[in-house]
Design a protein around this ligand. Structure first.
Ligand SMILES: [Zn+2]
Length: 402
């Protein structure tokens, strides 16, 4: 059933075997101090204190991470609050480890503050929005001037020059509905879709961010329920295969008739999160569908042969149905391509473009891990030498004094 793309996937995915969790995963990265907006060489703390609140994260900086939306007000507020908190305390805002986590004394102070805010919220919707906004704010502040905005890899590992952009058939629009914990994650694969196809063909929608969800649902309302599909594995009998869902609607269409999809594209929601998080995302989608269309059965499709993603080897937790987001898009495009009516659209080539990007990401992550492992060994060796040297020096000093 799977076409060329599937075969290619099997062939190309003979990547080096990588342990699911390496020493590097559990070791924190070097701490990152919050940088002033200008990225000047002045001390970060002074630069932060001297900057204007509005300039902490500009619209341009926000959109640089892969979205065309306005800077969400909830995220902006938390960023401002964190900067203000830093100004009123002696603790410096530091980030480290995976996902731009706060560190040190500032973390302890901020933890207390945000927990109190969260507890005080009564409305569960407000709690979701606050949780998402805070996650995103921390990731934005902790990743600036450290990650490449386009590929979300550390600047020294930027893979952007190896990505080949492609044009997605205008009759399809992807919505990458992402959990905030996946935002700016180095091994996230949803980002590849807009890196390859652009942010208007593959649009990021962050879970719990009102501005993003509004844009997505407005587009769905405009398109109509029959033009919105969620790619989600489910035993529910209403979940269709790609063939069942589109064979009838596309049957007998001529090239000109396919053009109508270019004016009103098919919308595909790709859930981007770990298995546990994807259940929450799916549930939110169904609730929204009920509000918009008055019924809960969001149309779902599932892949006939979901490929096990090679990215799985690099993720501590499996994403839904063990297929990463990019692989899900590849599978969908490949399965659509085998329908005779759309074979002229070259969806197989578009699937291959994502596949190529996936291979580039895997290689970048693999070489980073190998290099960091070497660096870790070297620094461990230096630390031993330093410790031994320090002891010798202390002994010499003692003998000199006595
Ligand atoms: Zn890059």
């Amino acid at each position: 059933m799977l076409s060329t793309a599937g075969a290619l996937r099997l062939k190309r995915y003979s990547a080096p075997i990588i342990r699911t969790r390496t020493k590097m995963d559990s070791r924190p990265q070097a701490d990152r101090v919050f940088s002033p907006p200008s990225y000047s060489s002045s001390p970060p703390r002074d630069g932060c204190k001297g900057g204007s609140d509005d300039a902490v994260i500009s619209l341009q900086e926000w959109q640089g991470w892969g979205t065309s939306s306005q800077f969400p007000s909830s995220v902006k507020k938390i960023v401002k609050d964190m900067v203000a908190l830093e100004r009123t305390t002696d603790a410096q805002m530091r980030f480290g480890g995976k996902g731009g986590k706060l560190k040190g004394d500032f973390k302890l102070i901020e933890d207390k503050k945000h927990r109190a805010t969260y507890q005080a919220l009564v409305d569960s919707e407000k709690k979701i929005q606050f949780f998402s906004a805070r996650q995103i704010a921390c990731r934005l502040l902790g990743s600036r001037a450290y990650l490449c905005q386009k590929c979300w890899l550390p600047l020294e590992d930027c893979m952007c020059s190896k990505i080949t952009p492609s044009t997605l058939w205008h009759g399809i629009r992807f919505w990458v509905y992402m959990h905030p914990k996946d935002f700016l994650r180095q091994n996230n694969t949803g980002k590849l879709l807009w890196q390859v196809f652009g942010v208007h063909a593959a649009t990021l929608c962050l879970f719990g961010i009102a501005e993003h969800e509004e844009i997505m649902w407005n587009a769905f309302k405009h398109a109509g329920k029959s033009m919105v599909w969620c790619l989600y594995p489910s035993d529910d009998p209403s979940t269709k295969s790609v063939q069942d869902a589109f064979e009838r609607s596309l049957a007998g269409l001529k090239d000109q008739q396919l053009m109508k999809y270019e004016d009103s594209p098919l919308n595909f929601i790709l859930i981007d999160g770990t298995w546990n998080n994807s259940a929450a995302i799916f549930s939110r989608l169904k609730e929204q569908a009920k509000l918009v269309w008055g019924e809960e059965d969001l149309s779902c499709i599932t892949l006939a042969m979901p490929g096990v993603s090679v990215m799985h080897k690099l993720r501590p937790q499996p994403s839904w149905d063990r297929t990463c987001t990019a692989a899900a898009a590849i599978g969908l495009l490949s399965e659509l391509h085998v329908l005779p009516e759309v074979s002229s659209l070259h969806l197989d080539k578009q699937a291959e473009a994502v596949e190529d990007a996936l291979v580039v990401l895997l290689e970048a992550l693999t070489s980073r891990r190998l290099r960091m492992a070497c660096r870790w060994k070297t620094s461990a060796k230096s630390a031993t030498v330093w410790a031994v040297g320090g002891r010798v020096w202390k002994m010499q000093k003692k003998s000199l004094i006595s």
